[in-house]
Unconditional design. Structure first.
Length: 317
């Protein structure tokens, strides 16, 4: 793992979170994210929250949220407040969209993915597989001066955030150092509510982090490319920007990120020894050294040693 930078301000009021999607049980990659965020919260004597990100209902599996919670507790990763489910907070996302509408920063879009791909192809731009499709601005009005656009009678439309020109976002990642993204070139105007009426991850995560007072976000590097969008949304909505720390991904034998889509197998937590074995593998991936091997030690004792190792890693950077 890349060396961690010391946070500019330590721990008073530290609030972190782990936010899995209930599309299946935890796998090795998601345990790395859970353990890293938990250790950072514990090392900072802060709070660690659990948020179930179940907005994308077609992908959610019934009962997966309960299985994730069981696995976390089997690994000793307990949370400090009542868990939260995004599906129960639709009103807060709608209110944020209304606010952006008042600020005249969103507009309706009827483009399908195929329409966007065809428009890009006509411009000589082919988007490689698994890369962000840059929106070409097909539906963007010439002037963003119409308030109340959100209340159109059409329902089969998406709502996009209109980006100002030359929008470059810089931030300091506590693991990776200085990061920068040109949002116009990287993604273009991005969707906040989909054509099927579902709010997107980008909007929901920003609103939830603000509502829950999250100060530190520790997550996998697969979400690094989302950070600039989220920071820009935070600025528009008047929210504080948390500190970010992105963890190295666990890859499969083909070099792809472990995920449910790549058929990643669930971690084994049926007994304490299995859970300890999974924790040891996750800690090794995080670059934590000189930890107990998981034999003849309780999970609580192992986690205490891992928290101390995390602290040493941060302070030595």
């Amino acid at each position: 793992m890349t060396n961690l930078k010391n946070p500019s301000s330590p721990a008073d009021g530290y609030r972190g979170r782990f936010a899995p999607s209930p599309t299946g049980p935890l796998h090795a990659g998601s345990l790395v994210a859970a353990l890293g965020s938990w250790l950072d919260a514990r090392q900072n004597q802060g709070k660690w929250l659990l948020r179930i990100e179940d907005l994308d209902t077609p992908r959610c599996i019934p009962g997966a949220d309960q299985e994730i919670m069981r696995q976390l507790l089997a690994c000793g990763l307990s949370w400090d407040e009542e868990p939260s489910w995004q599906s129960k907070h639709q009103e807060r996302y709608q209110n944020a969209l209304e606010r952006l509408n008042q600020l005249q920063t969103i507009y309706p879009c009827t483009c399908s993915r195929q329409t966007i791909a065809s428009a890009l192809e006509a411009q000589g731009m082919i988007t490689p597989r698994n890369q962000e499709i840059i929106y070409p601005g097909t539906c963007r009005p010439d002037e963003m001066k119409v308030n109340g656009m959100l209340h159109t009678s059409r329902v089969d439309i998406a709502w996009r955030l209109a980006l100002p020109p030359n929008l470059s976002i810089e931030f300091e990642d506590l693991a990776l150092g200085k990061e920068q993204q040109d949002l116009n070139r990287a993604v273009g105007d991005f969707v906040l509510r989909r054509r099927d009426g579902l709010f997107t991850y980008q909007l929901a995560v920003v609103v939830d982090d603000a509502e829950q007072g999250i100060t530190h976000i520790v997550r996998g590097q697969d979400l690094l490319s989302n950070t600039a969008r989220q920071i820009y949304l935070q600025k528009i909505l008047g929210y504080p920007t948390p500190s970010y720390l992105h963890l190295p991904l666990v890859l499969d034998e083909h070099g792809e990120k472990l995920s449910k889509q790549t058929l990643a197998t669930a971690i084994h937590t049926e007994n304490e020894q299995q859970a300890l074995n999974e924790l040891c593998k996750a800690a090794t991936h995080l670059g934590l050294r000189n930890l107990p091997d998981g034999n003849d030690i309780s999970i609580a004792e192992w986690l205490l040693a891992a928290t101390q190792a995390w602290s040493r890693k941060i302070t030595s950077s």
